[in-house]
Design a protein around this ligand. Structure first.
Ligand code: GTP
Ligand code: MG
Length: 234
């Protein structure tokens, strides 16, 4: 139960609402800018360690060079993910949120600044690897065309119902690390049922970013999405 006890708490709620309103406006500006340049933007989110970077390494290896792609990657600290993703040959901009308070998400204005470091004319796909967190990134529109949540089989089946905003606002879910299933007591059908409970129409791609299993369906979905944006532009 949520009860507002004092003026301080009311003020805090108002401030949060104002931050989200400002973010919404900035996200719309980003969306206009990306549309003008014909860039499809996908926002990839998950809890820490679900395999966003590993999935994106495999995804970029499959799509490039026909699809010209770039990445913005958000972490509180380090350039580990940028280093891993740069190996694919894609231009990568690393954002460290430590520099502005250690935010647990990438906000629209951060994406706007990071995109300044990319040649948007030269790409048709911009992948954003958000900060590992199932709560905050779900609240912040960054001007993306599609939102994807990565969930791994080592996290337990119930994450979709525990963090419903993330799963409700995403267009697709990737169930990663299926190579580990033989070693776990993981009920995959239950996990998919929980996803469907929150978002009945959401496609779920079962993959292993380690072995590459199941990547075809995910890559096919992403290719279709990129194509439809390019078509809309021409
Ligand atoms: N067995 C197995 N391990 C995986 C798979 N995908 C990722 N991993 C491992 O899981 C760990 C975390 O993977 P990352 O790709 O760094 O996860 P992430 O979501 O990008 O993590 P953060 O950016 O820190 O939130 C690494 O040790 C990966 O090698 C997979 O499909 N199978
Ligand atoms: Mg990562």
């Amino acid at each position: 139960m949520q009860t507002v006890h004092d003026k301080g708490a009311r003020r805090e709620i108002k401030v949060v609402q104002r931050v989200l309103k400002v973010n919404e406006r900035m996200a719309e500006e980003n969306r206009r800018r990306f549309a003008e340049k014909g860039v499809f933007v996908v926002n990839v989110m998950s809890s820490p360690g679900s395999g966003k970077t590993a999935t994106l390494q495999k995804t970029l290896a499959r799509l490039m060079p026909e699809v010209r792609a770039a990445v913005i990657v958000g972490d509180v600290s380090t350039t580990h993910d940028a280093d891993r993703l740069a190996v694919t040959g894609a231009p990568v901009v690393q954002v460290n949120t430590d520099a502005f308070g250690g935010d647990c998400h990438l906000a629209a204005h951060v994406i706007e600044k990071a995109a300044d470091d990319l040649d948007l004319e030269a790409i048709e796909l911009l992948i954003v690897e958000n900060v590992g967190n199932l709560v905050c990134p779900a609240e912040f529109d960054i001007g993306e065309d599609a939102r994807v949540v990565v969930l791994s089989v080592t996290e337990g089946e119930d994450k979709p119902v525990k963090y419903p905003t993330m799963f409700r606002t995403c267009d697709a879910a990737i169930l990663n690390k299926i190579d580990l299933l033989p070693h776990l007591d993981y009920d995959k059908e239950q996990a998919v049922a929980y996803i469907r409970q929150v978002n009945p129409a959401m496609p779920v791609f079962e993959i292993s970013a380690r072995t590459g299993a199941g990547m075809d369906a995910w890559i096919g979905w992403l290719r279709e999405k990129i194509k439809s944006k390019l078509k809309a532009k021409s």
